[in-house]
Write a protein that binds this ligand. Structure first.
Ligand code: BTN
Length: 232
């Protein structure tokens, strides 16, 4: 797998997007720092230089692009598993694809696509940063006694993700793992569709990565493109 390592860049995802034709399928870009890292809803992704894992990956393989709706769940499941390899407990996936340790976010995942050409998966994992402006953010180092070697951690995450994506071409093992580690399962949530607020209790997720919610209107399947969670 080609891996491009950069000291600093605007955004690893924008870097791949700009010259997407030039990059081989499954090229990873890792950066020590980003000056305009972004997340969902154009939120800023803050990260102290050299402390965390920031990377993006471009996928062009048609077999995987045909399964684009599974890529975000698979990435979340893969990263959750990597965190558990490092001895971290209570790691779950907050739909659609945030990784939580207990009740705080340790990782954000952003998928951007231009089908049928590419999907870019951008991942930010807080590893050795101790202080955050955001009160609901956490990091790996706050949950491990031993210090975390960022180079080793990076290597494990990149290799595991590559291998899980290769397997995804033929079969998908991620759904049961996601179901078993669904942070929102059983919780009451508030969400917004077309500027209208709704409430519901989360039952599960389905194979299209939709959140299954029950309320007075019955059972509905929420699509992450249409729904914004207001809070858990
Ligand atoms: C989110 O939680 O909303 C997703 C955050 C994704 C952040 C990562 S950091 C590496 C890559 N480059 C970006 O600009 N964003 C993603």
């Amino acid at each position: 797998m080609p891996v491009i390592r950069l000291d600093s860049i605007g955004s690893t995802s924008e870097y791949l997007k700009q010259d997407w034709q030039d990059f081989e399928d499954m090229t990873f870009v890792v950066a020590d720092s980003q000056s305009s890292g972004h997340g969902r809803y154009d939120r800023v992704w803050e990260s102290q230089p050299g402390k965390n894992l920031l990377f993006s990956l471009i996928i062009k393989n048609p077999l995987l692009l045909n399964k684009a709706q599974r890529l975000s769940a698979l990435t979340a499941v893969c990263i959750r598993r990597c965190l558990t390899y490092f001895g971290i407990k209570h790691v779950s996936i907050k739909w659609p694809n945030d990784i939580y340790i207990k009740d705080k976010k340790v990782c954000g995942i952003l998928l951007e696509s231009q089908l049928p050409n590419y999907v870019i998966i951008g991942v930010g994992i807080n590893v050795n940063q101790r202080k955050f402006e955001c009160p609901t953010a956490t990091s790996v180092c706050k949950h491990r006694i031993l210090p975390t070697d960022l180079a080793l951690f990076t290597d494990i995450v990149l290799r595991q993700l590559e291998s899980d994506l290769i397997i995804l071409q033929y079969r998908d093992n991620s759904i049961e793992d996601y179901r078993a580690n669904n942070y929102l399962k059983g919780k009451d949530i508030e969400y917004e569709i077309n500027n209208q607020k709704h409430f519901g209790k989360v039952l599960d997720i389905n194979e299209n990565n939709e959140l299954i919610v029950i309320n007075e209107l019955g059972v509905s399947a929420l699509n992450s493109g249409e729904v914004k969670l207001i809070h858990k």
